[in-house]
Design a protein around this ligand. Structure first.
Ligand SMILES: [Fe+2]
Length: 429
């Protein structure tokens, strides 16, 4: 499945730019549904995942709730019940439908939800054309577009999980995986960085979009460190599995060892028990040994690093290393929908490959507020800040992240046991 590239940064400079970008983002969400059958829209394979139809409605709800209801005086919702059904976690707005039971929402129908999207899109367009100079409106719409892009990624990770749990192992893309001849992965080498006082994060007044959790810019003290030039491969992780990595408690954090035993983990989530193939968005594919190992929990990434005699990078080491790198890589727009082997981009020196795209990289940093962090005011302040407990930071984006959604300061976060995201690791020492 090839999708039209959307590569300009999502940073509108006028009201009319906002309208265009708004429609582009909204259209892409629908494009992601093109390979699906109507029966696929309601499935929820686990509490962490959501039905496709819920994603379609919730991203719409976001614009309605935070923009139309507050800025359009005579705005009439299409259906008052949607306020509760499609609220994800904004408790200060009222009662929220049980997250684990989103699959019971067979009604409203998919057709109803498509009508809801059209209703909100029409009112958003009218508002944006009526108030092209309204800067706070533009920034809210930009937030809503980035929110929708986060859900575009979730739609792909959630449908992958649903298809994996169905013995038919359906290919989302409808394509057979390309079985390129497997080359040896490029040699694992390390790039060193000096220590010292460094600046990380982003200023709230920067001329580009950022989430509140990336702010403010602040100083950190860094000891000298080195990062591996590429992500850890399936071949390297296979050696960990074959040498009893999942049976030896000394490699694991206590909580990780508990997860291994409670969940019966023996290999990465989507690997077949033969250890020769893995489930992808193109269906079951040969396990390419030179491609990055993916869909690891934090516990697995951490255990592998310890087994290898190294560690995970902190989020600040990662950010310092990526600060001047171009935001290029195997993003959603490549159409690969799967991480691909690293390619050496510099013939003369060892360079950091795969910093952006391919896989979210687990870091050794707990997801916590930066010094002087202030969440946005009102209900929208629930977006990021209240999750700063018991989750870990991932950096860099993945092969299902839209490219114009990513930047070096971006902090993604998941619980350490989560495995259904496109997550992998880079080594540090
Ligand atoms: Fe959301």
């Amino acid at each position: 499945v090839r999708h039209p590239a959307v590569c300009e940064a999502l940073a509108p400079t006028s009201g009319y730019d906002v309208v265009q970008q708004f429609h582009r983002v909204r259209a892409r969400t629908l494009l992601l549904c093109a390979p699906l059958e109507i029966d696929d829209y309601a499935v929820q394979s686990m509490p962490d995942a959501s039905p496709i139809k819920w994603h379609l409605a919730h991203t719409t709800w976001f614009f309605e709730q935070f923009i139309l209801k507050s800025l359009v005086e005579d705005y009439r919702p299409l259906d008052e019940c949607y306020e509760r059904l499609f609220n994800s976690y904004y408790q200060t707005l009222g009662v929220v439908h049980n997250r684990a039971a989103r699959h019971v929402l067979t009604r409203p129908t998919v057709a109803d939800i498509m009508a809801y999207r059209r209703h909100v899109d029409e009112h958003m367009e009218q508002l944006l054309y009526a108030q092209p100079e309204n800067a706070s409106l533009a920034s809210l719409v930009t937030l809503g577009m980035h929110h929708e892009q986060q859900h575009q990624e979730l739609m792909l990770t959630d449908i992958k999980h649903a298809f994996f749990n169905n013995p038919l192992l359906t290919s989302y893309s409808g394509h057979k995986p390309k079985l390129d001849a497997v080359q040896p992965a490029i040699e694992l080498q390390f790039v060193s960085f000096a220590g010292g006082l460094r600046i990380v994060g982003v200023d709230a007044k920067a001329d580009h979009f950022s989430f509140d959790n990336e702010q403010p810019r602040h100083r950190v003290w860094i000891e000298p460190f080195a990062l591996s030039n590429r992500l850890v491969t399936n071949g390297e992780y296979l050696a960990f599995v074959r040498t009893g990595g999942y049976r030896r408690p000394e490699h694991w954090l206590s909580d990780g060892w508990q997860a291994v035993n409670a969940e019966g983990w023996e290999r990465p989530l989507y690997w077949h028990e033969s250890l020769e193939s893995e489930f992808t968005l193109h269906g079951l594919a040969a396990l390419r040994l030179d491609a990055p190992v993916s869909h690891l929990s934090y516990y697995e990434a951490d255990a592998f690093a310890r087994w290898a005699g190294m560690r995970l990078p902190t989020e600040f080491e990662w950010e310092i290393a990526a600060a001047n790198a171009p935001v290029k890589g195997n993003f959603f727009e490549s159409g690969a929908l799967h991480p691909t082997p690293a390619v050496r981009t510099s013939p003369e020196e060892v360079s950091l490959e795969q910093l952006f795209g391919d896989l979210w990289e687990w870091t050794a940093s707990a997801y916590s507020p930066y010094p002087a962090y202030v969440p946005a005011g009102g209900a929208i302040g629930e977006y990021n800040g209240k999750f700063m407990c018991n989750q870990w930071v991932l950096r860099g984006g993945s092969c299902v992240t839209p490219q114009d959604h990513m930047r070096a300061t971006y902090r993604n976060f998941f619980h350490p046991h989560s495995r259904w995201q496109f997550s992998g690791l880079r080594l540090a020492r």
